[in-house]
Design a protein around this ligand. Structure first.
Ligand code: AMP
Length: 652
């Protein structure tokens, strides 16, 4: 079933364009324009229909959409619970269906299979335990866990009782966790003793202790995963298995207001500290449900694997809330793609018969580099749909993904979205197409994308502009930044005013329907699909006692997309040495985590600056790729340019 898809290919603007086969159209939920037309005619009504059709409500809303720019609300007056929608409502006919296939990194250890019935039970038990620890509706819970099923259990348990979760990527440092705990004033941290990554034990509890001393933290819940020795604090630290053991397997879901906060997720912006992006309950879930179902055309017999870590929004929406609200079977993998070898992902595909596979361009480029034999020795023919997200994908990587992983018969769904948008916003649908390398596609029905020039006029033709969204804003869009209204307005609603959401991405039309997103236009980089800002890495570097100032800029990289390069000025009298470079790299690792590590540190005597003292990162960026540098005469210190050119080996 669902195989042998044929593709119609045409060549337009020197790009191959793929269309769905008749067979794919027949299978797909969406195979004509009716959804797009319904959305275009009345986007508010469109989302109302989706919210009614897809979700189960305790009470339906009184007002569908309310707006006071830049604030807006969906489904005002509605009462709903996300955990109920992901669990209870499936119990009638999907109690024994597998919700999560969990694959441990260690190949000697057995996989775990959790049915909807079991997941419901475990979520209820943990929800009850959280209540006993004093966690109430509206309290914040920091989640610092690797990819183990307790992470989905935690998210759903929080949602069940109305606590607001804030996941922090487990590869981030204890200091990063602390920042986020302090900003959100979390009451509780949930972590684990340790876990293995590429066979090496990561002592997560030890890291979490750095944050546990924050004044708001009352308890730390520890999942026993690795069995490594840990230090515990009497009265504060409790074991997960002990606190859930005697709890009842039923817990009444809290009736949440549609616009109550579901979660916070910290993400990098152009300034130092990551910001806590706020997602609400019903709007977020409506978008998570429908984009999961339609983008990946998820049917009851599909097995869905989104490889993203739960630390990123993709892990939240497509590794938890989306597939579970749809009632799908999903796969979760604990470890690295290369452990014990580069065939691991494909052995997982084969083992579980994965039909829909969703990953990031950085992984695709890495697999491409490692050679096809890692794939061809496994049977990956169960896959029928491929997805990609996180950064622009180049033609070669797209074609390789299509031909080698998809064996030339699976649509590649290139989904554009952001932590802020909660769910995908621009992509082709499997039964509609077209699938065009480097072109994400059409706005998801109900989304009102446009591309503006500097002055806020729509661009057309081949011109590049800025990707924006117009009201009514999609239900999944962020509702604010935690404790930082000013930054919320400045970041998203200042460029073009309070009625235009600014994405900070460059884009152009491919034709009059399909959009090509070219990447960030601000000082934010995507390193292996992870969003990092120049400013936060610079902050970590300047916290080193010998550093005066620094500038971090991205440099293109074949595999990781971009890598951070640091230019660092040391204090007078401190000697430049290789050891100092290593210390600086170590500092970033300690402050943020290994993801942010500079690829190269240049110890320099100065940085290019404007007359008002602003660092001109643009010069450094161009220098690294031997691009034209432009006029340096307006700089405060033009002589620095020739010096820096020599340092980096710039060739005109
Ligand atoms: P994050 O919030 O970490 O998901 O990062 C969002 C950013 O990733 C966007 O603003 C884009 O710059 C980039 N991005 C995500 N998906 C795509 C895609 N399919 N094509 C191009 N860029 C993408």
């Amino acid at each position: 079933m669902k195989k042998g898809v044929q593709w119609v290919v045409e060549d337009k603007k020197k790009k191959q364009i793929f269309w769905p086969s008749e067979e794919m159209k027949k299978i797909a939920y969406v195979n004509d324009e009716s959804f797009y037309e319904e959305a275009k005619k009345d986007p508010i009504k469109f989302w109302e229909n989706r919210a009614k059709e897809g979700l189960t409500w305790f009470k339906e809303w009184d007002t569908a959409y309310e707006s006071k720019p830049p604030y807006f609300k969906w489904f005002v007056g509605g009462k709903i619970n996300v955990s109920y929608n992901c669990l209870d409502r499936h119990l009638k006919d999907k109690k024994d269906k597998v919700a999560i296939h969990w694959e441990p990194e260690n190949t000697e250890e057995e996989a775990r299979k959790i049915t909807y019935g079991q997941l419901h039970e475990q979520v209820c038990k943990f929800a009850n335990a959280l209540k006993k620890l004093g966690v109430k509706k509206g309290d914040r819970v920091a989640v610092y866990l690797p990819m183990i099923p307790e992470v989905q259990i935690t998210l759903l348990a929080c949602a069940r009782i109305g606590a607001i979760h804030g996941v922090v990527f487990s590869a981030f440092s204890g200091e990063s966790l602390k920042d986020r705990v302090e900003n959100s004033e979390a009451k509780l941290i949930i972590t684990c003793d340790g876990y293995t990554r590429r066979g090496k034990v990561i002592e997560l509890k030890k890291q979490s202790d750095i944050a546990a001393s924050s004044p708001s933290i009352e308890h730390v819940v520890i999942v026993k995963r690795e069995g490594n020795e840990i230090a515990t604090t009497e009265g504060k630290d409790v074991w997960y298995h002990e606190i859930v053991e005697n709890e009842p397997a039923e817990c009444e879901p809290e009736q949440m207001d549609a616009n109550d906060v579901l979660f916070l997720l910290y993400s990098s912006g152009t300034t130092g500290k990551p910001k806590g992006i706020i997602h609400d309950t019903a709007g977020y879930l409506t978008q998570a449900y429908w984009t999961t179902k339609l983008d990946f055309d998820l049917h009851d017999d599909d097995v869905f694997w989104c490889t993203a870590d739960i630390g990123w929004v993709t892990g939240h929406t497509y590794g938890c809330y989306g597939p579970l609200s749809v009632g799908a079977t999903m796969v979760e993998y604990e470890g690295g793609p290369d452990y014990p070898d580069w065939g691991r992902f494909w052995s997982i595909v084969e083992k579980f018969g994965i039909t829909v596979f969703y990953t990031a361009p950085t992984a695709i480029r890495m697999f491409k580099k490692m050679g096809d034999e890692w794939i061809t020795k496994h049977d990956v023919s169960s896959i029928r749909i491929l997805g990609t997200v996180g950064e622009p994908i180049d033609v070669e990587a797209w074609m390789w993904y299509f031909n080698t992983v998809g064996q030339g018969r699976c649509p590649v769904i290139d989904t554009w979205w952001q932590t802020e948008t909660g769910g995908t916003l621009i992509n082709a649908l499997p039964g509609i197409g077209p699938f065009i390398p480097t072109v994400a596609g059409r706005p998801f029905p109900g989304g009102t994308a446009d591309i503006y020039d500097d002055r806020g006029h729509p661009v057309s033709g081949e011109d590049t502009g800025y990707l924006v969204f117009k009201p009514p804003f999609v239900p999944g869009l962020l509702r604010g930044l935690w404790n930082n209204e000013k930054k919320f307005i400045d970041t998203y609603w200042s460029e073009y005013g309070k009625e235009t959401y600014f994405t900070a991405d460059g884009a152009r039309w491919f034709d009059d329907q399909n959009i090509r997103v070219t990447g960030r236009v601000d000082d934010v980089m995507k390193v292996a699909g992870h969003r990092l800002s120049s400013a936060e890495i610079e902050d970590a570097i300047t916290s080193h006692q010998d550093v005066i100032e620094s500038a971090v800029v991205p440099k293109p990289d074949d595999i990781r997309g971009q890598v951070p390069i640091a230019f660092v000025v040391l204090k007078a009298g401190v000697e430049s040495s290789e050891g100092k470079e290593k210390e600086i790299i170590g500092q970033v690792r300690k402050e943020i985590g290994p993801t942010a590590k500079p690829h190269k540190v240049y110890l320099v005597k100065g940085l290019p600056k404007t007359r008002s003292g602003k660092i001109m990162r643009r010069f450094l960026r161009s220098m690294l790729v031997n691009d034209k540098l432009g006029d340096a005469t307006t700089l405060q210190n033009p002589e620095i340019v020739d010096y820096l050119k020599e340092v980096v080996g710039y060739k005109e």
